[in-house]
Design a protein. Sequence first.
Lengths: 252, 300
Amino acid sequence: MGVGIEVVSLNAWYGTNHTLQDIHLNIPANHATALIGPSGCGKSTFVRCLNRMHETNPIARVTGTVRIGDLDIYKDAKPVEIRRRVGMVFQRPNPFPTMSIYDNVAAGLKLNGYSNRRALDEIVERSLKNSALWDEVKDDLKKKSGASLSGGQQQRLCIARALAVDPEVLLMDEPASALDPVSTSKIEDLIFQLKSQYTIVIVTHNMQQAARVAEKTGFFLNGRMVEFDLTHKIFTNPSDKRTEDYITGRFG
Amino acid sequence: MRYGDQRVGEYKLTTEHKMRARIRALTDGAATGLAVLSTLLVVAPLVAIFVYLVYKGASSLSWAFFTKNPAPVGEAGGGMANAILGSGILLGVGSLIGVPVGISGGIFLAEFGRGTKLANAVRFTADVLNGVPSIVMGIAVYSLIVVPQRHFSAFSGGVALGIMMIPTVCRTTEEMLLMVPHAVREAALALGVPNWRSVLSITVKTASPGIITGAMLAFARVAGETAPLIFTAFGSPNWSVALNEPIAALPLQIYVYAISPYDEWHRLAWAGALVLIVLIVLAVSLVRYVTSRGVLKGAS
């Protein structure tokens, strides 16, 4: 089951560049939440702060509090533990090129020392079914490399890989921006199904996509969160002038 | 261009087009020709050397060459069995030292020490080491190992070859690791895989074909080295497998035979050179075959 995320006065820097400024936000459990905003507004940095991937860059720095469920992720836990509870899907599909489809999905468990073969088989099957890829790959699980799949299939493989470690939260950083419309709609259908089990945070450039998949939407601009509300309110009746300008296409 | 001029414009365009197409075709032909010529120039010396070796050496190859030790001066016959084995042992010891140290160093440079002073110092040292003449390497190992032990040994020869392998293996490993896309590392980290595990199981594995090529390059390079062995392995006319005794090696044996005044030995030197090259090619191919199967297994 998913858990809620509570963000209190989060600030983030890349070197001297203050990319996130004083973000306060409550992300509801078992819903999809979309983050929109122009390029460079900090929305990717924001999701990377939710699984402590931001700090993998040596010049990056974070302050503030992020609570995922009961866990204060910057105080109570190590990054590797957080990342097992908070899965991430990236903009470009990034399967492990030397691994088979099966090993890609099992990677998170295997690399953390999990080796029960039968349980792994089950988890791989369940994860691939959950990411709607099972029927397309079940015959060459161990024969084909993950890199041999099409772009859309690779992205669903990456989703399966993230689901296999059984996270509570799934972060998606523009998961469909490198995909064609058919693959994009498959990913969106998937988000629809997955949000009953996981808390989903999706960064997107595509406002229609946000409107289609998310209950709540946050608008980021220049490192600040301008507005956070129910998605239909953001798109039909935003309270902030800047949000309205953005969604009506006056900038960005 | 106005709509009414279209026909005229089109006609003009086609003549110009044809001319440009011809120029392009000529440039293309010239570039392709140059590339083919360069390829031939690269391959030609290797083929020439090989053909000449076969011409000079093949006739002296016999069963005895592979099974017998060198015959004493004045006696006919004899072979290089001990030198072939000796080279194998020396290269084995060298690889056991050079490959692990080189790969570990490369992993440090690319993954853990990136941007640190220590890494820069290590990289600089490796580059300098790469430029140290092999005879100097021989003397260095001579004074570090042979002199204190008071005898030549297979071990000291292996150490000399191993040290010579380190910089090549180290730098190619670093380069290959740096070529692994950042996205692949991030994917592993985002799964909650600790950094060291991600480096070993994902990054190094992804780069392994290139790393193996680097190791093979270093292996092939030192396989023909004579100078570092003169003061260390020293050479031996006898059968020997002991690491603490002098040992024969193909390049040493070739050297001794080639500068001798006897025609018989000259022929054996040619045969030895041919065998050395063939063995290097075989060893490199074998390692490539075995490891590529391993990689496929991992991917299947």
